[in-house]
Design a binder for this molecule. Structure first.
Ligand SMILES: Nc1nc2c(ncn2[C@@H]2O[C@H](COP(=O)(O)OP(=O)(O)OP(=O)(O)O)[C@@H](O)[C@H]2O)c(=O)[nH]1
Ligand SMILES: [Mg+2]
Length: 336
């Protein structure tokens, strides 16, 4: 409430009411009693009712769960990539390395424009920091008890052209279990959401003679199981990502050629089954040979974020239309 302070200190002057100086000054500012420098004092008034401000929801910024993904997908058009592979193949390391590339600056002609899962990324990265006390960088193991998690990156091609990339990660043990117990496949929500499914192939295990036979058999069996149970039906593209190139590069030439042949066979066999499949080599964390550096991530990010083809809006030919007018129009369109 504003308390009105008298504008003139002369007793009986009504200048405040009728604008006339009691001492006859004109203009009134000429009067020495006319106090122009008096400021109204604002009194703070306590509100009678408590203010009811709605609580502001603070986004935790942790990795997203399925419910968070659904909320985000209603706000933004998402590009979703599912990383699939057995334990320790390098799924979590790959998504962490992609984030790390954008921490350094623009990458693959894209600029980091935000993330809904910054804390989630930071928690993964903490294991790669010197301060973690570890002798070599790594990421935490994804436990089978951990639910499906999503990591988000908003990447800007230009000021108005932003791609919302979401990468799905879950434990390799779950995928290994789904390979043999195919009734589990229907519960893996990522396959219904993913535009692109990436099967990670452990180059390190393939290049070693020890468990190569069992590993390649299991890998093929996993893609077969998912394909036969319809999990890959919604994916526009399927990729085989051969990981840990720093290990495979140093292998025997015969081992390298085994790896290359296996990749080529997988691609040709599944392409025949109708999958849009391709294979690529990557190195997300060159621990065995640092001279190799990060390999394949630039192309990978470009593929995952490439502009979507425009929808086909050409009119469809009308065949045996029930209405006379439609039959007539189709004749006109054909130029008959
Ligand atoms: N040498 C080398 N090691 C790698 C590379 N990528 C990942 N690794 C290592 O492989 C191990 C497993 O990596 P993760 O990313 O945890 O594998 P994951 O597929 O997420 O495994 P789960 O969480 O068990 O499903 C870690 O010790 C990584 O440091 C790579 O490119 N080169
Ligand atoms: Mg993991």
């Amino acid at each position: 409430m504003n308390t009105v302070v008298p504008i003139c200190s002369y007793d009986g002057c009504k200048v405040q009411i009728d604008g006339k100086c009691a001492l006859g000054h004109d203009p009134v500012e000429g009067c020495e009693n006319y106090a122009t420098d008096i400021e109204p004092i604002e009194e703070l008034e306590e509100s009678e009712e408590p203010r009811t401000v709605p609580p502001v929801q603070i986004w935790a910024s942790n990795k997203m769960l399925l419910a968070d993904y659904s909320i985000l997908s209603r706000r933004r058009r998402l590009r979703t990539v599912a990383l699939v592979g057995e334990e320790k193949v390098g799924k979590t390391t790959l998504l962490c390395s992609i984030y790390a590339m954008f921490c350094r600056g623009p990458f693959a002609d894209l600029t980091f424009a935000g993330s809904e899962t910054l804390l989630g990324f930071a928690k993964l990265q903490a294991f790669a920091m010197l301060s973690s006390g570890r002798a070599s960088p790594t990421v935490p193991r994804t436990s089978r008890r951990d639910p499906l998690a999503f990591f988000h990156l908003a990447l800007a091609r230009s000021r108005r052209d932003i791609v919302d990339l979401v990468i799905a990660d879950r434990s390799g043990e779950t995928y290994a279990a789904a390979r043999t117990s195919t009734d589990l496949i229907g519960t893996l929500a990522e396959f219904k959401l993913a535009d692109r499914v990436c099967f990670l192939l452990d180059g390190g295990r393939l290049a070693s003679n020890d468990d190569r036979t069992a590993y390649t058999r299991n890998f093929r069996q996993m893609i077969n199981a998912l394909h036969d149970n319809g999990a890959l039906a919604d994916a526009a593209a399927v990729e085989i990502l051969s990981t840990k190139l720093d290990i495979t590069r140093g292998s025997d030439p015969a081992d390298i050629s085994f790896l290359n042949d296996f990749q080529a066979r997988i691609v040709s066999d599944f392409a025949k089954k109708g999958l849009a499949i391709s294979s690529h080599e990557i190195c997300a964390l060159p621990k065995a040979d640092r001279t190799i550096g990060i390999v394949g991530l630039d192309d990978l990010v470009r593929r995952w974020t490439e502009p979507e083809p425009l929808p086909d809006v050409a009119p469809r030919p009308v065949v045996d239309a029930p209405r006379q007018i439609d039959r007539l129009m189709s004749k006109v369109a054909r130029g008959a």
